[in-house]
Ligand binder design. Structure first.
Ligand SMILES: C[S@@+](CC[C@H](N)C(=O)[O-])C[C@H]1O[C@@H](n2cnc3c(N)ncnc32)[C@H](O)[C@@H]1O
Length: 238
């Protein structure tokens, strides 16, 4: 984990959401290193936990605008809830408190609706919206063409969520259009390319194999220290 993220973690740990510290760290770093040949897009902001990581990263980097897209009416985790969900007010307050509201442009729409009139090139996109197969498939299909060559696509919950797992396996790990695929906890991220090489494809398949082994191991009741060592090894050998 990077040293300069300690303060950020203090802020984001207080916010409701599902990101691990390592996931917060990678979002911060990807936003920080984002080149200014496009904007940053987030699909699925909930109450702003991931948005704050992206905002802080971007501010410490090239200060690239972040478009935070969410209808704010609840996630796949809430589809069985009978309560009406409206997260926009809390989202707004959280990004204001974290002082990233000046760099974040909220778009209160679904990913599909927002994509229709979104014409800016995308340098980095983080997808964490609805997790059912058809939705994540659609998220990928409508946003992939907007991502610039060399841009990064990242997906949350690529472990444990069958729909997300299936889409990233087919369209990222086994695709001709990505290289340097990596995963950290449940986030998979990769660089879009015009056409990857055979070496890239072999490497991507190898990382998919590691991810599947990692997911299998997380289901076993192993002692905590073994899991910790396993995570370190997995990070090293990717
Ligand atoms: C898992 S939460 C996002 C969590 C957030 N990224 C974080 O780290 O705290 C999923 C979010 O996706 C939003 N969502 C659901 N369907 C969507 C869609 N079609 N397009 C965009 N966002 C959607 C929900 O409103 C919810 O806020």
């Amino acid at each position: 984990m990077t040293k300069d993220i300690t303060e950020l973690l203090k802020t984001v740990r207080k916010l409701e959401g599902w990101l691990t510290d390592k996931e917060a760290d990678i979002l911060y770093r990807l936003a920080k290193s984002c080149p200014n040949n496009g904007v940053i897009v987030e699909i699925g902001s909930w109450k702003g936990k991931s948005t704050v990581c992206l905002g802080e990263g971007s501010k410490d980097g090239n200060k690239i605008e972040i478009y935070a897209i969410d209808p704010h009416t609840g996630s796949s985790r809430h589809k069985d809830s009978h309560e009406k969900i409206w997260t926009f007010n809390e989202f707004k307050k959280n990004i204001e408190d974290a002082q990233v509201d000046d760099i974040v442009e909220p778009i209160v729409k679904t990913s599909e609706d927002a994509s229709k009139d979104f014409n800016k090139p995308v340098a980095f996109i983080f997808i964490d919206g609805a997790h059912d197969y058809d939705f994540i498939r659609l998220d990928f299909d409508v946003w992939f063409p907007k991502v610039v060559e060399g841009g990064v696509m990242a997906f949350h919950d690529t472990i444990g969520w069958p729909g997300v797992k299936k889409v990233v396996a087919k369209s990222v790990y086994k695709s001709k259009y990505f290289k340097d695929v990596k995963f950290i906890d449940s986030i998979t991220y990769a660089k879009k390319v015009k056409q990857n090489s055979l070496k890239d494809r072999i490497k991507n398949r190898y990382v998919l194999f590691l991810k599947n082994m990692y997911e299998f191991a997380t289901k076993l009741h192993l002692p905590k220290f073994i899991k910790k060592i396993g995570k370190k090894i997995v990070k090293k050998i990717q």
